[in-house]
Ligand binder design. Structure first.
Ligand code: SF4
Length: 359
């Protein structure tokens, strides 16, 4: 079994210290052909897709590229709780289209398991290796790591209290990077890994201070890991231009009116987005309402989910045939690779909307 490199608690501390002090270590990237592995942290959202488009445009050897997706609701046997039901199907089609592998990793029981944690340790991490074997990275069961959450993540940029990004995504990816044997070289000949992520400075004050290139936190003596944010200075217009240039189909969340994509039920959703979610997925909405009651804690500390959705409008949702097609795509139909190039491209309803999504 692989050796643990970080506990979640240690990793979250480290991330927040990096955030507060902006202590990322700037690096100059190697020539891109010198990296052994190029990993795009791929949510299926527009900015990580823009990274993929950009790598292709600048002629990166796509045989070195892999898409790494953190499944926020856990593994294939865990019930869906926060995510869009279509995300992994879209990613499969994208991987086939570009001829690159999609790798999944997750924390056991995902977001819901972490939310309902009661005097227990965080869930173990799993990933599939290149042969499709499920690999287990157990969490350390020490008294000091046992605790209780039973609280939604805070609506804050502080990852210690807005725990979802750190616990469900950042730490999971870092654990896989730190433990996967294929990323381990030797002191004399370390593996060279480039991690590509899609943050853009335009998105928030927090992100405006990110470095474009820095040493990744999973860097060690046997593994040189650089983090690269190639679209850091892109405007949203540039992102949609990259889609339009290839007539590429965005994930259906954008067509339904969402501007940011990762979790369908993102805690940062605006009243309009909660109203839209309630309209198109009433069972999901009701489930979240019930969880708020069960734990006695609301996503927005100022009001219940129902009160927040009541403040919103569903006017942004498409109408008629388009609406039916998008609902079908979001909840029922699997994406096919032949769906990905649109006959006639047009901006999705969610383009250039404000609000929703992490900061
Ligand atoms: S998308 Fe929203 S709810 Fe999901 S992990 Fe990110 S901040 Fe948390």
């Amino acid at each position: 079994m692989s050796q643990l490199m970080f506990t979640f608690e240690e990793a979250a501390e480290e991330v927040i210290v990096e955030q507060k002090e902006h202590k990322g270590t700037p690096v100059d990237l190697l020539p891109l052909e010198d990296y052994d592995h190029i990993l795009i942290s791929e949510s299926a959202g527009k900015d990580s897709m823009a990274c993929l488009f950009h790598l292709q445009d600048i002629g990166v050897d796509m045989r070195k590229v892999e898409l790494y997706h953190q499944s926020v609701d856990g593994g294939p046997d865990d019930p869906i709780f926060m995510d869009w039901p279509c995300t992994e199907s879209y990613l499969e089609a994208v991987g086939q289209f570009f001829g690159i592998p999609v790798r999944y990793q997750w924390r056991d029981r995902g977001f819901k398991g972490e939310l309902l944690r009661k005097d227990s340790i965080t869930g173990d991490v799993y990933y599939y290796d290149d042969s499709g074997n499920k690999i287990w990275l157990p969490s350390q069961d020490k008294e000091k790591y046992r605790n209780t959450r039973l609280k939604w993540p805070a609506l804050s940029s502080d990852l210690r209290t807005r725990w979802c990004s750190a616990a469900i995504k950042i730490d999971v990816f870092r654990r896989v990077l730190s433990n996967h044997p294929k990323f381990k070289g030797t002191k004399e000949n370390p593996k060279k890994v480039l991690v590509v992520t899609g943050e853009r400075r335009e998105e928030s004050f927090q992100r405006s201070r990110y470095l474009e290139c820095e040493l990744h936190s999973s860097n060690c003596q046997t593994r040189l890991v650089h983090a690269w944010r190639p679209v850091i200075d892109w405007k949203e217009r540039d992102v949609w231009d990259a889609y339009e240039k290839r007539r590429f189909l965005p994930l259906v969340s954008y067509q339904l009116g969402w501007n940011r994509t990762s979790c369908f039920s993102c805690i940062f959703s605006t009243p309009d987005l909660w109203a839209m979610l309630r309209e198109i997925a009433p069972e999901r909405f009701q489930m979240l309402v019930e969880v708020e009651k069960e734990i006695g804690h609301t996503i927005d500390p100022k009001m219940s989910l129902t009160e927040k959705a009541n403040l919103g409008s569903i006017d942004r949702l498409p109408k008629g045939e388009e609406f039916n097609l998008y609902i079908e795509r979001a909840f029922h139909r699997s994406y096919r690779v032949e769906d990905l190039i649109m006959e006639k491209w047009h901006l999705p309803a969610g383009a250039f909307r404000r609000g929703g999504g992490p900061n």
